[in-house]
Design a protein around this ligand. Structure first.
Ligand SMILES: *Cc1c(COP(=O)(O)O)cnc(C)c1O
Length: 402
């Protein structure tokens, strides 16, 4: 493999983000392929026993086994690390593998994790069910309330965990203030940056220590592969993440990494086009239903904070139908273009009913406390013609009686 400019950080870090998304991390073999090669191999052979020994004791760089590193996966990890401004990226089989590893790798029994309560459903399960099972204490608070964060810090708090904008309510958490509080207390801030995407928000510039993605969403962006990635500094990777990652086996498949590399090339264009459409759709819906949420709307309570840490309002629009579950179902069933599904960040627009699907595992009072009501619809805006999407939505609202 020839490294080339795509592997040289002193060059790639100077590139604009759009150039990084297309080229950072690339390596070429002696064949000179334009598109990154897919190394679909579980292991690597050595020229002799001495070389095998050298690879294992770390005196020679190179690949040994794809549970640890693989050339295609490594290209994806390097591209993500450069884009995020992180030393290291570790790609995982799913977004949840990334979230789980980012929490478990650095924590032990007796530690405490403080998180915002509006989290992706499975992330809430990690906080509420999994970590306590291993003696790791957890507390979830209203992430929009800085006094609540301050009041819940304990002397054994080792990690803060948050998501902004939150799924599905689009609540905004003040990343800089939360990062400062975490650091004053000797804790790491872990951010699930899925909704914002690396195109719109860079938590590390605001002080986050660890950033995680489900790459299933905007990074693939075409509904094909599950994946995740963890971005962090070299010290935390060496001490905590890499040992956990290589021994527990949460690695991404080379095939998936290849798809994700292709996804990254167009992610900037896709996310901006989806934001354009989301802004337009939010305005059109605001004429017809109350409580439409998108940071670009004047009615969005946290626009100032949102635009202090995000370049744009994002690709998700959330709204509430007053007639509850029945009206929400009538609306979903009347859509002709937009699919009823639970993914997001796809080139195809998707409507979700969080109450009965993605957040169903949470107790009813927890859902209500988070603002997840039976009438709530989460719309992931895709790349179809915006007028077609508005027609589909407005016609379905008409049929649903709104
Ligand atoms: C989808 C998602 C995840 C989980 O990712 P998977 O790839 O489905 O495992 C975690 N956090 C957020 C905010 C998500 O949207």
């Amino acid at each position: 493999m020839k490294s080339g400019a795509g592997r040289d950080r002193s060059i790639t870090k100077k590139w604009a983000r759009q150039t990084q998304m297309v080229r950072a991390g690339s390596m070429r073999s002696e064949l000179g392929e334009m598109s990154e090669a897919l190394f679909l191999t579980s292991g690597f052979a050595y020229a002799n026993a001495e070389q095998a020994e050298a690879r294992f004791n770390g005196s020679e760089e190179g690949f040994t086994y794809s549970r640890q590193t693989n050339p295609t996966v490594s290209m994806f990890e390097e591209r993500m690390a450069v884009l995020e401004g992180a030393d290291i990226g570790r790609a995982t089989g799913t977004g949840m593998a990334a979230m789980t590893a980012s929490l478990l790798a650095g924590l032990k029994s007796g530690d405490h994790v403080l998180g915002s309560r509006a989290l992706f459903g499975s992330c809430r399960w990690l906080m509420d069910e999994l970590l306590p099972r291993y003696g790791i204490e957890t507390t979830v608070i209203d992430g929009t309330d800085m006094e609540a964060w301050k009041g819940a810090v304990q002397n054994n708090t080792r990690a803060f965990f948050t998501e902004t904008p939150a799924n599905p309510t689009l609540e905004i958490v003040d990343l800089k203030a939360v990062a400062d509080l975490a650091h004053e207390n000797g804790a790491k801030l872990i951010v699930d940056n899925v909704f914002a995407t690396p195109v719109l928000q860079r938590p590390m510039e605001l002080g986050a220590d660890i950033v995680c993605y489900s790459t299933t969403k905007h990074i693939d962006g075409q509904g094909r592969c599950l994946g995740g990635v963890i971005l962090c500094d070299k010290e935390w990777d060496e001490e905590f993440l890499y040992p956990f990652y290589r021994h527990t086996g949460c690695a991404m498949s080379p095939f998936t990494a290849w798809v994700m590399l292709k996804g990254l090339e167009t992610m900037g264009l896709r996310v901006h086009a989806m934001c354009d459409a989301a802004e337009d759709i939010a305005l059109a819906l605001a004429d017809r239903v109350t409580d439409v949420r998108h940071p670009s709307l004047a009615s969005f309570g946290q626009s100032e904070l949102a635009f202090s840490q995000m370049d744009r309002g994002g690709t998700m629009v959330v709204f509430e139908l007053p007639g509850g579950r029945d009206q929400a179902f009538r609306f979903l069933n009347a859509l002709e273009i937009i699919d009823i599904s639970n993914n997001l960040g796809d080139s195809r627009s998707i409507a979700t009913h969080p109450w009965s699907t993605t957040h169903k595992a949470l107790a009813e009072e927890t859902r209500l406390e988070l603002g997840i009501t039976p009438g709530l619809i989460r719309l992931s805006v895709g790349l179809e013609d915006t007028e077609d999407l508005k027609d589909d939505l407005l016609r379905a609202l008409e049929i649903a009686g709104s």
